[in-house]
Write a protein that binds this ligand. Structure first.
Ligand SMILES: C[S@@+](CC[C@H](N)C(=O)[O-])C[C@H]1O[C@@H](n2cnc3c(N)ncnc32)[C@H](O)[C@@H]1O
Length: 329
């Protein structure tokens, strides 16, 4: 079993979970398929290789809703950041497994969502993929240097937390940790527990974790076939059930209504609701400390400001356990 070490990755000779080899889309280098590249393809990005596209087509053949699910999840990510910033007054984010910075304005990246909600917001991006590191460093240098990038494997979470970028966060104020579709690539439950437990011991009160995670619960046959495509390409993947995710999040006190198919967390303009299986994933927001401890009192951040935990579904309550992004409009 892999145990996180203390070394931050500075160079990467192969893409995480590298599988098929092909020529890179733009650089001419030999590139293998990667989850970041497949996600970029699904978001109509331009940083994917022919190997990414070949794998993406296989996945779509196995699960025709795959592209939709990536888009739903990215849209949810934007709403979750907005929720944490606006409703919980969180202005510092740690985006673990941030993915390629998209060039498609329909799918804003985390620093754009956070800055739109709070112009002083800071986002630390973390990803293990070499291509993500290159692109992120290109895009985040200059005016966006406010939002640094750390090239690291999240199984080395302790080393990430000790990195200068993360050390620059103000731990007198809450932090929002984003784990958006990254834990499916952490196939060992022991590693996933280690990451979550380490974060929980480190996070200041008032902090939150936003999680999305691919599942086979919503369309077992197609979801498992899609996961097999990644595995066959040399990218180990683990789908987790709602029960397994609740188990992972147990110390956070997450309750069952808090976990929903991602697309069910926000309304769409469609006349008919999005079928749950088009989400392909669950979403949940877990707050620290456990909301049960705060159930009857408005929470106060260490800055002394009362956090706005009211949500549209439970406007009469100071603190509810819904914690889903607010319904737009
Ligand atoms: C499916 S993409 C999700 C990207 C983005 N979070 C989103 O929601 O659209 C998964 C990302 O996690 C990264 N990743 C996978 N395993 C990782 C690990 N062990 N450490 C750091 N990043 C990892 C991949 O490189 C990829 O960029």
């Amino acid at each position: 079993m892999h145990r996180p070490g203390s070394r931050i990755i500075t160079t990467f000779t192969r893409t995480i979970g590298a599988g098929q080899l092909s020529e890179g889309a733009q650089s001419g280098e030999v590139r293998s398929s990667s989850t970041a590249g497949v996600t970029d393809w699904a978001l109509d990005g331009s940083d994917n290789s022919s190997a990414d596209r070949a794998l993406a087509h296989e996945v779509v053949e196995a699960a025709p809703w795959f592209k939709k699910s990536v888009r739903v999840n990215r849209t949810y990510g934007h709403l979750a950041v907005n929720h944490l910033a606006m409703q919980r007054r969180i202005a510092q984010f740690l985006d673990l497994g941030c993915g390629l910075p998209t060039r498609n304005p329909r799918y804003p990246h985390t620093w754009e969502s956070a800055s739109a909600a709070d112009r002083d917001a800071r986002v630390i991006h973390v990803d293990a993929d070499r291509m993500v590191a290159q692109r992120a460093r290109m895009m985040l240098s200059g005016p966006s240097a406010h939002h640094p990038f750390v090239h690291a494997d999240i199984r080395q979470i302790l080393a990430i937390l000790k990195s200068p970028a993360v050390q620059s966060l103000d731990l007198q104020r809450p932090v929002g940790v984003l784990l958006h579709n990254v834990l499916p690539w952490i196939t060992s439950d022991a590693d996933a527990h280690y990451i979550l437990d380490t974060l929980r011991s480190w996070l200041p009160p008032g902090s939150a974790i936003s999680l999305t995670h691919a599942t086979a619960d919503l369309h077992p046959g197609q979801a498992n076939a899609a996961a097999d495509c990644f595995r066959n390409a040399g990218i180990p993947m683990r789908l987790r059930s709602a029960e397994q995710l609740r188990e992972l999040l147990t110390p956070w006190g997450l309750l069952s209504p808090s976990m929903k198919p991602t697309g069910a967390c926000f309304p769409t303009r469609r006349r008919t609701p999005l079928p749950d299986h088009h989400s392909g994933a669950y979403a949940a927001i877990a707050v620290h400390p456990d909301p049960a401890e705060l159930a009857h009192e408005p929470s106060t951040t260490q800055t002394g400001r009362t956090s706005q935990t009211r949500c549209p579904a439970h406007p009469g309550q100071h603190s509810c356990e819904c914690h889903q992004p607010p319904m737009p409009g």
